[in-house]
Write a protein that binds this ligand. Sequence first.
Ligand code: ADQ
Length: 417
Amino acid sequence: MSSPRVLAIVLAGGEGKRLMPLTADRAKPAVPFGGTYRLIDFALSNVANSRYLQIVVLTQYKSHSLDKHVSMTWRMSTMLGNYVTPVPAQQRVGKNWYLGSADAIYQSLNLIDDARPDIVVVVGADHVYRMDFSQMVDAHIASGAGCTVAGIRQPVGLSDQFGVIEVGEGADMGSTPRITAFREKPTDPTTIPGSPDEILASMGNYVFDADALVEAVTRDAADDSSKHDMGGDIVPDFVSRGSAAVYDFQRNDVPGATDRDRGYWRDVGTIDSYYEAHMDLTSALPVFNLYNDRWPILSQQRPLPPAKFVHGWHGRAGTAVDSIVAPGVVVSGATVEGSVLSTGVQAHSWSSVTDSVLLDGVQVGRHAAVRRAIIDKNVVVPEGARIGFDPDHDRARGFVVTPSGLTVVGKNAVVEP
Ligand code: ADQ
């Protein structure tokens, strides 16, 4: 296949229960990330930068803000014209919304029919990473498999969060080897030969021969015992027929990557991993470099003024160090350290924000202090309030406190002075 026709399907229907309260009224792929992005922007940027410009986004759960974001940011973008199409659950086939991710594809088979692709690239929408899918497509075609799964090494303790891939002893990971077994989220995983602490995890990104995908999801739809899940049902089906291969993410080389951030991939499925991925952005030499303009992460550019740092009325300087500060932010006589301030955040005199993630429009009043916290959109932290210092008090106020001690303040929370 010299230049295959490729359709990209972005699975964006995930509920994101483990990201509550951030997913209380938005789908997981619409959760804000990194000051100016939504999670889905990473998947869509990777697909677009791979020059695959026929893209459908399958949405369902609480999809209003996601549809709005995809339509406004991606559909209207000058780069992509009308190439990105959000497709809500269509209930074309029965009265159910999509059951699982494979059913989402089954219910959208008309899109594959219309696009007549040779290859379908299916990607999840809730990871932070850079990846050139064209390199994976080339490897898929060379392997002769019907399905290729992107794989990455992960600590064995996380096996119950991932599809775990097995290849035969001595398999050459540089050559897209066949998968010998695949189990979705096992608690007793088989580790990588010679690496007892690591598993080979599925990244939830797949390349299929279009005909093989259509055949597999159609057969799956008729199987009442199936959960209609890509990882749980479709991939194991290809494996059982000897037609699934693994593409080692370590082989992927994105233009402009640094030694430090090459191979970076984070599943941000939990509050703790969402927070840690933010902290990965804030250091002087970050492990994920947002500033790689050869593989830009694209997002909505609202016409906001630049960020501003001013002395407070009492003469104290407004400062931010080891932090990411988005457009429209004003830091006035406040101290910001190790934090991510999203668009339109305002921090007022004598306040401090430390090791925290503040989403759009959060207001931090005078003398307030925020520490190791995630605060959702437009929350007002009144004068003198303290968040992230006393877990019991934070819980009593209705905030979520994670086992690792992070405080999360949901979107419509009222913070008492
Ligand atoms: P999970 O992320 O747990 O594991 P899932 O919840 O199906 O699997 O989500 C995968 C992607 O599909 C996400 O982007 C989600 O938003 C989307 N999605 C889920 N249900 C959908 C639906 N009904 N309609 C449309 N989109 C839907 C998966 C794989 C594992 C792999 C991990 C990697 O199943 O094998 O290891 O991703 O994180």
